[in-house]
Ligand binder design. Structure first.
Ligand SMILES: O=P([O-])(O)O[C@H]1O[C@H](COP(=O)(O)O)[C@@H](O)[C@H](O)[C@H]1O
Ligand SMILES: [Mg+2]
Length: 559
């Protein structure tokens, strides 16, 4: 029999979950009781339902995942959790956690990841709680967890419990007078089974392997040494018959090989170059925990995430899941360009604009009003789970291409010919000093909400923009009526062009400024986004005084 030990502890400051969980440097999590405090607070936030419950536990394989899985097992055992489903070696992608929570109807899950942030002892770690719908906990739950972390005095643990997470199978422990079960599961199986239900695998296989009518389709898939490697190998190589060399960086590494596991044009530049120089029809990359995706076509033709969502929405019926369940509404985060809004309008679907953060889509999906959604931050997904899903997005794209026989570029061009194009770019200024960035946001909010700002005009190049609306975006959830305030500064001009500025909520230190620019062109659809948006970018830099506040001449990343 194993004993529960109660340990006295003191609160740590700053355990407030951000856009998607608590993300800090590994060394912060290594402080005495820091991780234990946060885990106990997660369980305490669920105190009415934790006894006898089942939870899912896993992460993206980064440094510290295994140690924290061990702590979670011991603390859950002490707090009366009945059963844990743990990915073998602590591995589970974020969408797989969501899938498993829903499939086995568990109380929720704990996801160990800092997503796209670098890993290793000097980099980032993160802990996130997902609820029984499989999605990231909503603000009221994360606020409750945070509030508990500020008052915590004790946590409970079973220090002598030894659980082997490297072996698939069930281990049963007797903790005082209770049974506690840990089932170590194949991290990939449930997710792959689900993808086979959602998509027409034989059809995608024919696309990839070629047929009498069509040459084999050549792909390059970059897992960025994150968690998707095992999923991608099983799905694309074993199930869909792609050659092994179509998949790169497919072994999860604790430090992602020293790289930044963020699928964008800067951090996945090697993939972009390889696709540009090679004979590939399709390229895809996923982030550390497998929820983000980047899609490129032949010659590294880049699909902006805002367009990706619009194309998948337009062609949803190429995916058997949607033909079976029907297509309900669409949604995007506020900074995401409005390409999908046009698809919604044409097809008479409901359209929602939510704050940045996947958690804001959950209620709409649970209420049966939302099928497909996405974010400019390389997030695309649907109501098949309650997280965005990188591998799903790649399979959805392949389904569209298999149905139409078009190339990636041809698909976008056909879409723009029908709907016009929402040009979009994002400038990221990473790891700036926090104080001047906060000052910049305050000054800008004051400026744009002052009387007289609406109606004022700004000129750059040969363009003049007249302000139609300016505010700090707030959102009321249509289902539970909860309100999220101060979700980003936006300036909307008479012609529909927009400037959006916000501070990232996923960093672990300093401030990352995100500047989003978009504008719509009905017929001039083949331009270069950077050139087309240049005048508006200059206006944005001028209004915000961003260069002066951040002391940066150029962004770290341009999307
Ligand atoms: O980090 P992930 O992949 O979980 O992604 C998280 O952060 C993104 C960007 O956040 P920010 O602009 O605040 O950095 C959000 O769009 C996304 O919904 C959220 O799940
Ligand atoms: Mg992620």
């Amino acid at each position: 029999m194993l004993n529960v030990v109660t340990v006295n502890t003191n609160p740590y400051e700053g355990q407030k979950p951000g856009t998607s969980g608590l993300r800090k440097k590994v060394k912060v999590f290594l402080q005495e009781n820091y991780t234990e405090n946060f885990i106990q607070s997660i369980l305490d936030a669920n105190k009415d339902s934790i006894a006898g419950s089942t939870l899912v536990v896993g992460g993206d394989g980064r440094y510290l995942v295994k140690e924290v899985v061990d702590k979670i097992i011991k603390i859950c055992a002490a707090n009366g959790v009945a059963k844990l489903l743990v990915g073998q070696n602590g591995i589970l992608s974020t969408p797989a956690v969501s899938c498993i929570i829903r499939k086995y109807k568990t109380l929720g899950g704990i996801v160990l990841t800092a997503s796209h942030n670098p890993g290793g002892i000097n980099n980032d770690f993160g802990i996130k709680f997902n609820c029984s719908n499989g999605g990231p906990a909503p603000d009221n739950t994360t606020n409750e967890i945070y509030s508990l972390t500020t008052r915590i005095k004790q946590y409970k643990i079973v220090p002598d419990l030894v659980c082997a997470v490297n072996e698939i199978g069930t281990q049963t422990f007797t903790v005082e007078d209770r049974q506690f079960v840990v089932e170590v599961i194949d991290p990939v199986k449930d997710y792959v089974d689900y993808m086979k239900e959602i998509f027409d695998f034989p059809k995608i296989k024919t696309l990839i392997q070629g047929s009498e009518q069509r040459a084999p389709f050549k792909m390059l898939i970059d897992c960025m040494s994150g968690v998707t490697g095992p999923y991608v190998k099983r799905i694309f190589i074993s199930e869909l018959g792609a050659p092994e060399d179509n998949v790169i960086r497919a072994t999860p590494l604790e430090d992602f090989g020293g790289a930044h596991p963020d699928p964008n044009l800067t951090y996945a530049a090697d993939l972009v170059t390889a696709v540009k120089n090679g004979d590939y029809d399709f390229g895809a990359a996923f982030d550390g925990d497998g929820d983000r995706n980047m899609i490129i076509g032949r010659d590294a033709f880049f699909v902006s995430p805002s367009d990706s969502l619009a194309v998948l929405a337009e062609n949803a019926l190429c995916v058997p899941y949607f033909s079976k369940h029907g297509v309900r509404g669409f949604a995007r985060s506020m900074p995401t360009a409005a390409a999908v809004d046009r698809v919604a309008a044409k097809h008479g679907k409901e359209m929602f604009e939510v704050p940045t953060g996947w958690k804001y889509f959950g209620n709409l999906m649970d209420a049966g009003r939302l099928s497909l959604c996405g974010e400019e931050s390389f997030g695309t997904g649907s109501d098949h789970v309650r997280e965005k899903d990188g591998v799903w997005a790649a399979l959805a794209w392949l389904s569209v291409l298999a149905a139409s026989g078009r190339s990636v570029q041809g698909t976008l061009e056909a879409h723009w010919a029908q709907y016009g194009r929402n040009y979009f770019t994002r400038y990221d200024y990473e790891e700036c000093a926090s104080d001047p960035c906060n000052e910049m946001m305050q000054a800008l909010e004051k400026k744009i909400t002052a009387p007289g700002f609406v109606g004022s005009s700004y000129s750059s190049g040969n363009k003049t923009y007249v302000v139609k609306l300016a505010d700090n975006f707030s959102y009321m959830d249509p289902i539970d009526k909860s309100v999220a305030m101060k979700q980003g500064l936006r300036i909307i001009f008479e012609d529909g062009s927009r400037i959006v500025l916000r501070l990232s909520g996923t960093g672990s230190s300093g401030a990352t400024v995100r500047l989003y620019i978009d504008s719509y062109e009905a017929t001039d659809v083949r331009g270069d986004a950077q050139e087309m948006l240049r005048p508006l970018i200059e206006v944005a830099l001028d209004i915000s005084q961003l260069r002066q506040y951040t002391r940066r001449d150029a962004p770290t990343v341009i999307t």
